[in-house]
Design a protein around this ligand. Structure first.
Ligand SMILES: *Cc1c(COP(=O)(O)O)cnc(C)c1O
Length: 423
């Protein structure tokens, strides 16, 4: 079931939207199918994937890590080497190229932590499209580096002041904009969720990860026991798994945020957690973390990208039938995994991806040496220094921030003012 049946993956998915969004969604579905069947479009996509994103991304044998753990050979798909630092660009570029083909000049997107906003802003800069990113006011304040990056790429960041002023309010605002401007505007949704056709479309644009891995493991003759990916909305995992879901092997393991523990509000474990319920939110039917009234519960994770109350409908369906196994990693286990792979492999995992790394550390020792497991490093960890440094070097980091602040204040009137003159 690589493809949905009329927007449904068994009984998950669908298109539960207000009437005004039916037409843009239906038009998008038709345009997407036509584009993917057009060799010209596919060639254009492959060229930009190669020259701009930097595909294909390498598959690294983590030799030292494997030896230390003493079991299966660990391979790491270095998706974090993609331009902009993570897999999100695969989807952003794909959708923006499609929007251009549809004659749309304006792109809107939602963003929580800012990663999807940055990828979309970059894709729009590359393709010459106008870009507006909706972001909760609370998130704008706590994610300044990503806001600055989006603005450098020329995007307008629209701070959303309704509701809890976070991701779900940004999604609502983006949907409202799209409903008002369907002819000029395309809404680039950031993960493999939302109303159909987004789950199918995002999976297809991310499946480049899985297709490359399939080729790379075949070239090396690896006996792959399992693929492991972290799972927020589910775009990197479903893209990684897609070419394998209709086969019996390998095992497919999606790792959710275990946060600080199993209690309600302490994690973002939509499939394995205590408050996991079936529901309909933001246009699709899936599993969510909900209270008894069906309202979204607060979630918690050290990684911004996994900190979300819903999961893509295809993964919910694949989980229900047992094809995809779900596990979780605690914040602490993810931090340990960042350290382990940095020290032993010279590879700095994003906090999200480190959840998959943590699962590999647990699984590899239980498997024989002739088996391989492949971990998707969905992103690299440079973006996380504000999270990792306060944990690994709290005192030094604090002193650094204080001295930076002082430097800024001392220079404020002279140096920065001079630099800004021409801007
Ligand atoms: C956003 C993000 C994720 C989580 O999103 P998915 O849609 O589940 O892939 C994972 N890793 C990184 C690096 C991210 O930026």
């Amino acid at each position: 079931m690589a493809q949905s049946n009329n927007g449904f993956f068994d009984n998950f998915g669908g298109k539960y939207v207000a009437e005004v969004l039916r037409r843009p969604l239906d038009e998008l579905e038709v345009a997407f199918k036509e584009a993917m069947a057009d060799p010209e479009f596919v060639k254009e996509l492959e060229t930009i994937q190669r020259d701009y994103i930097g595909r294909e991304t390498p598959l690294l044998y983590a030799e030292t890590a494997s030896k230390i753990l003493g079991g299966a050979q660990i391979y790491i798909k270095l998706e974090g080497l993609a331009n902009t630092g993570a897999h999100k660009i695969n989807n952003a570029i794909g959708q923006c190229l499609l929007a251009k083909r549809m004659g749309k000049k304006r792109i809107i997107a939602e963003t929580g932590a800012g990663q999807h906003g940055v990828a979309t802003a970059a894709a729009c800069a590359k393709l010459g499209l106008d870009c507006t990113v909706y972001m909760g006011e609370v998130d704008v304040r706590r994610q300044q580096p990503n806001v600055a990056a989006m603005e450098m790429y020329g995007a307008k960041v629209h701070a959303v002041t309704s509701g809890s002023r976070t991701l779900k309010d940004a999604v609502n605002e983006a949907m409202r904009d799209w409903a008002a401007n369907p002819d000029t505007t395309h809404y680039v949704l950031g993960s493999a969720l939302g109303p159909s056709p987004f789950p199918d479309m995002v999976r297809e644009f991310q499946s480049v990860i899985g297709k490359e891995v399939k080729r790379q493991v075949a070239e090396r003759g690896l006996d792959v026991e399992a693929l492991i990916a972290c799972c927020g909305g589910g775009s990197n995992s479903i893209g990684f798994f897609a070419p394998f879901v209709d086969e019996a092997n390998p095992r497919l393991i999606a790792v959710e945020a275990g946060g600080i523990g199993p209690g309600v509000g302490e994690n973002a474990s939509r499939m394995t957690g205590n408050a996991s319920r079936e529901g309909i939110m933001q246009g699709y039917k899936s599993r969510f973390l909900l209270d008894e009234d069906g309202q979204a519960l607060p979630t918690r994770s050290i990684s911004a990208g996994l900190d979300y109350c819903g999961i893509g409908p295809q993964l919910a369906a694949l989980g229900a039938k047992g094809r995809v196994e779900f596990s979780s990693a605690l914040d602490k286990e993810a931090l340990d995994a960042v350290k382990f792979f940095a020290k032993n492999e010279g590879v700095l995992f994003a906090m999200e991806s480190a959840h998959a790394g943590a699962e590999a550390i647990k699984l590899a020792p239980k498997l024989p040496k002739n088996k391989a497991i492949v971990v998707n490093m969905s992103g690299r960890g440079d973006k996380d220094i504000f999270i990792t440094c306060p944990v690994f070097r709290p005192e030094e980091w604090k002193e650094f921030l204080i001295s930076e602040l002082k430097r800024l204040e001392d220079n404020k009137d002279i140096h920065n003012a001079d630099l800004m003159k021409d801007h």
